[in-house]
Write a protein that binds this ligand. Structure first.
Ligand code: SF4
Length: 197
């Protein structure tokens, strides 16, 4: 890594740009680190509107839980593919979701921690730049700086202080929506059984 002030305040991104071979071809929408830049703006919009999204997500989760009998009838395994398709595209567009299968957006100010190049799930590393950007992706705002900002707008924003488990790689490419729904339904049934016993 080239420290920001090693070359008189020049960032690594500028160095990469300057040293790139000069041709007329300029790829659309990619940063020197090959990240899609245009997606940052939607991601940042979602973080700025974290409170509204928190409200919406709570209703959405309730609706999914209401549909539990239907998911069960059809079979969770069978509905996985279409639900995953929708989840991937909706969350991919809004949050740059990486389909880790264990969504923590509601605990991270609607900023997906899987966009951190180091995939840290419990706060930033020590390399956040003075401008709040990532040390690995200098053009990208640190996902954890943004997570903190987003969490401050949320009703249950203090969930960001809870310790997150390490990512279970076996759950990658599975639907977090269905998993949370099935878990909530199981908890509800356990509570009901406990109350009637
Ligand atoms: S935490 Fe996981 S499921 Fe949630 S948006 Fe990020 S990659 Fe997707």
């Amino acid at each position: 890594m080239i420290p920001p002030d090693a070359a008189g305040g020049v960032t690594q991104a500028t160095v990469v740009k300057k040293t790139a071979p000069k041709t007329d071809y300029k790829p659309a929408d990619v940063s020197p680190q090959r990240r899609v830049q245009r997606s940052y703006s939607v991601r940042l919009w979602s973080i700025r509107h974290s409170r509204g999204l928190e409200w919406f997500y709570a209703r959405f989760a309730d609706m999914f839980l209401m549909l539990h009998p239907l998911w069960k009838l059809v079979g969770y395994g069978r509905v996985e593919a279409p639900v995953k398709f929708v989840e991937r595209h909706v969350k991919g567009f809004m949050f740059d979701c990486r389909m880790c299968g264990q969504c923590v957006l509601s605990s991270t100010g609607m900023s997906c921690p899987m966009n951190c190049p180091k995939q840290l799930r419990n706060g930033p590393c020590g390399g956040v730049r003075a401008n709040g950007n990532c040390e690995v992706e200098p053009d990208m705002p640190c996902v954890w700086v943004k997570a903190w900002e987003g969490s401050r707008n949320m009703e249950k924003g203090d969930a960001i202080l809870s310790l997150q488990k390490p990512v279970d790689q076996s759950l990658r490419e599975t639907s977090a929506w269905l998993r949370v729904t099935a878990q909530a339904a199981a908890n509800r049934e356990t509570e009901k059984a406990g109350a009637s016993a």
